[in-house]
Design a protein around this ligand. Structure first.
Ligand code: RUQ
Ligand code: CUA
Length: 677
């Protein structure tokens, strides 16, 4: 790292010296440098009003969200709220979405998103859904790519650190999650020293092809290593799943040192069809396990949580042929299957080569029983029996590999900060591109699928020291876009990212852009607090609970003056955006609320909970600039002392009343004309 930066500052020094010289000899300075920059700019320039060619989904890491960017421009299009509360959208703050963040650990307002994964049909991204894992409190989420909203979250029991997740099988039958931290299973109070005896890892296979019905299909109980990343087989290797692991030493302290002792760790090769068979033959057991399944209902706009209480557990000893270990140097991170399904490429963070296993050799080695002993009854295959080749001198710190579909592989090198292109089959290094700095993963659109769109590779960099205008002690992470359409890689663009993009996925925009939902149909809204027209708004009391139903439409709330609320009441503002028009969003915020705003999509209802603590009159207003009269979109709630006899009143200002009849006419015309879901 340090070395790279030093080298670069030398280069910068040299460049500025050149620039100084060019002041005097400007006509003599070759223009090629400028032309090259102009070339690159032309390749990423998306004129105002034009669309990018690809949607790219970058995980936000410790912000718990997903950033959606356009490529090649690198323009940020949206943040999708997933596991973290987001005051910008009200996700996790409004009553409708709170159940999405429910777990057996309680309401968890944050997580660490790592690996976005597009759903696939026949091994190719199909644009239906995006999945992503929560790394800290193990969960997986489904994002619907017609709304760019999180619609489902499943907690993973018997797991800690859901890192090897949520990679998909070729038809999205399963996505997976494997434990990064082995823990006692079921978790209980044991001495940490008893790690080797009591700590285990689990691999979870999660049914994923039916929206709203994700569940743990089965778990496999494995030795207490740290499971890291995974990928499904495809083509000839379809039916198998591969997971890297490190810490085969089973150390529980100073892993930095103690988990780097063994020359080789393991890739677990899992025959999941065998697992299915064993379950059908009654060889699994039902293990107690508590976990939550949370689903957002698109009609009621209300999320619901369901607690589950058991999982199907498989022990490798009772299902022979289900799991094999492939020795792999050294603390491997990525495990990536080439588009043909034959090669299994591992990125050993501390390895000096990139080892590539062969699936056909793996099959033969199993048939010939080419074993090197076992770990807890799981056969360990001979390295020499499965290895297809090693990429020699690839660089330092190989982490992760993707493919261009033209016979080439691209591997990120964390320590030597470069992307290395090499050839499948001959294992020769073809090209190198320095990246700035410390690249984690890289991404080619469809680059982990059967049919990569091999035009670009995106380098996801951890460190940006000296790359952008400095912003205090914490600097952004970054992405660099590289053209891989020719023999040599060409650096095109560099853009900062919000959050840490551990991994990314991308697909051609054409696959999803015309499937976007423009608004929710108001007529189908079944939220308990919905109003379908302004006149349905009102206020009601039940004991200390007060419900206020409101319509929001350009540019007023109806009702907009409310009285009869008392100090200490629990007040629910149910606000329905009754617009039926694309991108006309309203917001709602009330003075002193210990909560975020509401942001309400057209046709949807959102509910804000508010417990006023003092008497007075409290204004509320629309937070999203929706029209020329947005600033007029406001109202008041009067709060009287507890027990007062101020009557319940929900009226509308004269100005709003005048607009209502006008708007309702327009609205009726509009609905008659509009489409939507
Ligand atoms: S990951 S680089 Cu490799 Cu989950 Cu972060
Ligand atoms: Cu509605 Cu601003």
């Amino acid at each position: 790292m340090k070395k790279t930066i030093a080298v670069r500052s030398l280069l910068v020094g040299a460049a500025s010296a050149l620039a100084a010289v060019s002041l005097f000899y400007s006509c003599a300075v070759p223009k090629t440098a400028n032309l090259a920059a102009g070339d690159a700019a032309g390749k990423v320039y998306v004129p105002p009003g034009s669309y990018d060619q690809y949607y790219a989904f970058l995980s936000g890491g410790y912000n718990g969200q997903i950033g959606v960017y356009g490529l090649p421009s690198g323009r940020l299009l949206k943040f999708v709220s997933v596991f973290s509360q987001n005051p910008e959208t009200g996700w996790g703050y409004n009553e409708e979405s709170k159940p999405m963040l429910q777990t057996t650990y309680g309401f968890i307002p944050w997580d660490d998103t790592h690996h976005p994964e597009l759903s696939q049909t026949d091994g190719v991204p199909d644009g239906r859904w995006l999945f992503i894992n929560g790394n800290n409190t193990p969960r997986v989420a489904r994002i619907d790519l017609t709304t760019f909203e999180t619609t489902e979250i499943l907690q993973i029991p018997n797991s800690a650190g859901g890192h090897a997740s949520p990679f998909t099988t070729p038809n999205t039958k399963y996505i997976v999650s494997a434990t990064r931290f082995s823990v006692p299973i079921p978790n209980n109070d044991v001495a940490i020293e008893s790690y080797k005896k009591n700590f285990k890892g689990t691999l979870s296979f999660i049914t994923a092809d039916q929206p709203g019905k994700m569940d743990i299909a089965f778990q496999i109980l494995l030795p207490g290593f740290n499971y890291d990343l995974g990928h499904a087989g495809k083509g000839p290797s379809d039916g198998w799943f591969f997971f890297t692991s490190y810490n085969s030493e089973q150390a529980n302290e100073k892993l930095e040192l103690n988990a780097s002792q063994n020359d080789k760790d393991f890739i677990a090769a899992v025959n999941y069809r065998q697992a299915e068979q064993c379950i059908a033959q009654g060889k699994s057991r039902t293990a107690p396990a508590e976990y939550f399944h949370n689903v957002m209902d698109e009609k009621s706009h209300q999320a619901r949580s369901e607690k589950k209480t058991s999982v199907t557990m498989l022990d490798p000893s009772s299902c022979p042929g289900m799991v094999y270990y492939l020795p792999t140097p050294k603390s491997p991170h990525g495990v990536d299957i080439d588009p043909s399904g034959e090669y299994i490429v591992a990125g050993g963070k501390l390895a000096t080569v990139i080892p590539v296993h062969s699936f056909s050799k793996l099959q033969k080695a199993i048939a010939d029983k080419q074993f090197d002993g076992d770990v807890d009854g799981i056969p360990v295959l001979k390295y020499s029996a499965t290895i297809a080749g090693e990429v020699q001198k690839p660089g330092l710190g190989p982490l992760h590999t993707e493919f261009d579909g033209k016979g080439n592989a691209y591997t990120s090198m964390f320590i030597s900060s470069e992307i290395v292109k090499w050839k499948l089959g001959t294992w020769e290094v073809l090209d190198r591109m320095p990246v700035y700095y410390s690249v984690g993963h890289l991404m080619i659109p469809g680059g982990d699928s059967k049919k990569p769109w091999g035009q670009y590779v995106l380098s996801l960099n951890k460190i940006t020291k000296d790359r952008y205008l400095p912003t205090g002690p914490e600097l952004s992470q970054s992405a660099q876009l590289i053209d891989i359409s020719g023999d040599k890689m060409k650096m095109l663009l560099d853009f900062p990212t919000i959050g840490e993009p551990h991994y990314a996925q991308a697909l051609p925009a054409a696959l999803i852009k015309d499937k976007q939902l423009k608004y929710y149909k108001l007529s189908e809204n079944t939220n308990v607090g919905v109003v379908h027209a302004e006149k349905e708004g009102g206020i009601s009391r039940n004991g200390r609970r007060v419900d206020i139903k409101m319509a929001a439409i350009r540019s007023h709330f109806a009702p907009d003056n409310l009285e009869g609320v008392q100090v200490g009441d629990t007040v629910y503002f149910h606000v329905t955006n009754i617009e039926q028009d694309w991108d006309i969003v309203h917001g709602f915020a009330v003075l002193g609320a210990e909560n975020s705003e509401l942001i309400i999509a057209p046709g949807a209802t959102r509910t804000l909970k508010w417990i006023p603590k003092a008497t007075g009159v409290y204004p509320f207003y629309c937070t999203d600039f929706c029209s020329a009269l947005h600033q007029e979109m406001q109202g008041y709630v009067r709060v009287s002392p507890a027990g007062s006899n101020t009557p319940l009143i929900a009226n509308i200002s004269k100005k709003a009343a005048a607009q209502i009849s006008k708007n309702e006419k327009e609205h009726a015309q509009h609905s008659a004309a509009g489409g939507g879901r």
